[in-house]
Ligand binder design. Structure first.
Ligand code: BGC
Length: 759
């Protein structure tokens, strides 16, 4: 009771009555609170166990309830259900000495129960408002169920599609990745980062840093990178997240400059705090402190001290801080100031969220029914999913389909619910999503006949299939032979007007711990596709994937390919809408699709070599392969529409740009086709001469426009010297005078260009 009174009076005295918080008042409140805390209680705030015995009775973090009562817990994560969370919060508030509320986090990565496309797909919308809104809806639903903190967005740049987690990020481009990071954070945290209502939750950008650059795409692996690449490419989206006011930052599992990120002071303090002025709190990834023992940096006490010295505030599940920091303090390996600083950052997060004012702010049980998985949210998710699909090929305008047809829907991904939402959809009801067959039936019209056959299993290898369908997403392996399954499909295919083949990866073939060395469509499905094509019927490949795949054969032989990624809980209806032309596809790739695995890493913003080569055949002693082109199959920014867009020449308002001036570059885009459509107009710039080698082109702007059939629009971009800055050899952020090429187009390959001089 005494502690509640202390807190109550402190709150009345200090907390503002209006929404939001005031920095000075927050400082006073926390200083006062910390003056009442013991060392153990401060360290307790820095401990983030998983659900332990409270929910599952499993887990290493035993007796969590007891630990909460002893003030040894600062927050918990991945617990679903507001009633459960409310009860745990009650224990913290009423049964611990000072009654400090807990943070409740979750991997709300691309939606809560209403699931949006996987981040890689969402990024392909290039629609920042739709991306922001998806995060806002995720925040509304998660907060209605007790969650106040999400481990999203993942902003790791990735140039290697073997890495399974490429599906969780925004692709290969720093600038686009930075814009998406900002949009997501605004969606989660609100426009002003004040958490004024209980519908805004704290965001956690991850994984700091360079996690997407692990060697050969192997998960949790070594990264070795120059500081120039870090600053000029990979750091940009993390810094954008900091500038957007992200509330927390998660460390990454890899080493950076030879030191694990979790113990890297240069990274977590010099760069993040001192250079970028990050004011939120840092958290480890799952067991990240403990893993430094496997990295060979010492025992739990040593690595925990290393992490604290580096600047890590909260320990997710290792319990290294809880069990060793006091000893390290006694031995002079860490200081009390360091513990105070970490504790303060975590308490500040709770204060900003308003948890001291009302520990149950996010525990209103009346909200869940009204605000989760609502028809409005689902309609928006469906629209966004349709916008994320990328039309890779549409020979002879097979698409869109028209009604009154017999449609054979074939493939192991055609009739599954649990596979639709995609990886990291923790809160979804796996039985809720419609199947592709249902999505097609819903729009095909009564006069159409929709037939279905599975056609094949996911792969010929049952072990691989099982590993690729974990977390309740089983595709129910069929025990019939490959031939029997295929014949059943061919029997319906021969009588159909069109075949829709729903094939590709299962949702758990990408995501965490799902790296692949062979990124083609799994063997048995390829064989099915070949047989379907032999029927002579038009085949539409509805491709499910969480990464770029190698599709050279498919691109040559299948007339229409619609890449649908994993579109979330409403994906099936979105697929129906796009196939039948209710929505004209407008997604554009945010990652290069290589022709073969041997080309990886392959990305559009690479350097020019000393021996560049035009891609029209092998030339001895040039930078090319004997057996493969240099060019990708589909370049960054690529994606077709049911209509056709043409671009005029690029016009510049001036060919000279002064250090404090600006110029306008413009282009006229025309919709020459029969359908209304949307186009992503992309601006690239190349610094032609620099003090260090500069990329061949870099995305510097984009605008998504809508054009009616026959309509034209002028699109203007402003170019200022600030956009032309880069980190030079001394890591100074500067622009250099000289000639620049500006390029505009509908993808990174097909552009028209002009030149200007910066002076
Ligand atoms: C992942 C993180 C995730 C965390 C908590 C880790 O394995 O790398 O991205 O946020 O688990 O679930």
């Amino acid at each position: 009771m005494k502690k509640l009174l202390i807190l109550f009076f402190a709150i009345i005295a200090i907390l503002p009555l209006s929404a939001g918080y005031n920095q000075a008042e927050m400082d006073r409140f926390i200083t006062d609170l910390m003056s009442q805390m013991t060392l153990e209680e401060k360290i307790g705030q820095m401990n983030l166990p998983s659900d332990g015995d409270i929910i599952t009775g499993l887990g290493d973090n035993s007796n969590i309830t007891g630990k909460i009562k002893q003030s040894y817990v600062g927050g918990m994560f991945n617990i679903k259900g507001v009633e459960k969370i409310r009860e745990i919060q009650r224990i913290a508030v009423e049964e611990s000495r000072l009654g400090i509320p807990l943070l409740f986090g979750m991997d709300v990565i691309h939606g809560y129960e209403t699931v949006f496309p996987i981040p890689l797909g969402l990024a392909c919308t290039w629609n920042m408002e739709a991306i922001r809104e998806s995060a806002q809806i995720a925040a509304t639903e998660a907060s209605a169920d007790g969650i106040c903190w999400t481990f999203s967005p993942m902003v790791d740049i990735c140039r290697d599609p073997r890495w399974g987690r490429i599906s969780e990020g925004n692709g290969e481009d720093p600038f686009l990745g930075g814009q998406i990071a900002k949009a997501m954070i605004r969606g989660y945290q609100g426009e002003d980062n004040l958490f004024a209502t209980n519908k805004q939750i704290m965001s956690c950008a991850k994984h700091f840093a360079l996690y997407g650059a692990s060697e050969a795409g192997r998960d949790y692996n070594t990264v070795d990178m120059s500081r120039l690449s870090m600053y000029n490419d990979y750091f940009y989206p993390y810094q954008a997240a900091v500038e957007a006011g992200v509330g927390s930052m998660m460390a990454s599992f890899n080493v950076v400059d030879g030191i694990p990120a979790h113990g890297n002071k240069w990274l977590l303090t010099d760069v993040l705090r001192d250079q970028w002025n990050f004011r939120g709190f840092t958290v480890t990834d799952y067991g990240g402190i403990g893993e430094m023992m496997s990295h060979g940096l010492g025992d739990l006490q040593t690595v925990s001290a290393l992490a604290l010295n580096a600047g890590l505030d909260m320990d997710m599940v290792s319990e290294g801080y809880l069990n060793t920091l006091q000893k390290s303090l006694e031995e002079g390996k860490v200081t009390e100031d360091q513990i105070d600083r970490a504790c303060r950052y975590i308490l500040e997060a709770k204060y900003k969220l308003g948890l001291f004012e009302d520990p149950y702010k996010y525990c209103d049980p009346s909200r869940a029914k009204k605000e989760i998985y609502t028809p409005e949210h689902r309609a928006i998710a469906c629209k966004t999913a349709a916008e994320s699909f990328v039309l890779l090929k549409n020979e002879g305008n097979i698409l869109p389909l028209s009604g009154n047809k017999t449609i054979a829907v074939v493939g192991p991904l055609a009739n599954t619910r649990s596979n639709m939402p995609g990886t990291w959809s923790v809160a979804v009801d796996l039985n809720a999503p419609a199947t592709v067959v249902e999505g097609i039936k819903a729009v095909a019209g009564e006069k159409s006949t929709v037939l279905y056959a599975k056609g094949s299993n996911l792969t010929s290898d049952p072990v691989l299939e099982e590993n690729s369908t974990v977390f309740g997403r089983s595709l129910h392996r069929d025990n019939r032979s490959e031939e029997e399954l295929r014949n059943e499909a061919l029997a319906i295919a021969v009588g159909a007007d069109v075949i829709v083949a729903a094939i590709g990866e299962s949702s758990e073939m990408s995501g965490e711990s799902s790296s692949r060395t062979d990124i083609s469509i799994p063997d048995v499905q390829q064989r099915l596709l070949k047989e379907l094509l032999k029927t002579g019927k038009p085949v539409v490949l509805v491709l499910f994937t969480g990464r770029p795949l190698t599709l050279v054969w498919e691109n040559e032989n299948v007339p229409a390919i619609l890449n649908v990624w994993f579109g979330g809980s409403e994906a099936a209806h979105a697929i129906g809408d796009v196939l039948f032309g209710k929505v004209n596809p407008s997604g554009k790739l945010v990652t290069t699709f290589p022709r073969s695995v041997g080309q990886i890493p392959l990305y559009y913003n690479h350097f020019m070599t000393g021996r560049p080569v035009a891609d029209n055949g092998f030339e001895k002693y040039r930078s090319n392969y004997l057996d493969e082109k240099n060019a990708p199959l589909y370049p960054f920014g690529y994606g077709l529409s049911y209509t056709q867009f043409s671009y005029s020449d690029v016009k510049l308002s001036s060919t000279r740009l002064s250090g404090n001036g600006k110029i306008t570059v413009s282009v006229t885009v025309t919709n020459n086709g029969k359908y209304d459509g949307k186009e992503v107009v992309q601006l690239y710039i190349r610094d032609l001469v620099g003090s260090i080698t500069r990329p061949l082109k870099e995305l510097k702007g984009f605008e998504k426009i809508s054009l009616k059939a026959g309509e034209s629009k002028v699109v203007n971009f402003t170019i200022q010297p600030e956009m032309l800055k880069f980190y030079n050899y001394n890591l100074e952020y500067v622009w250099e005078p000289g000639e620049f090429e500006v390029m505009i187009g509908g993808n990174s390959r097909d552009v028209s260009s002009a030149r200007f001089i910066l002076q």
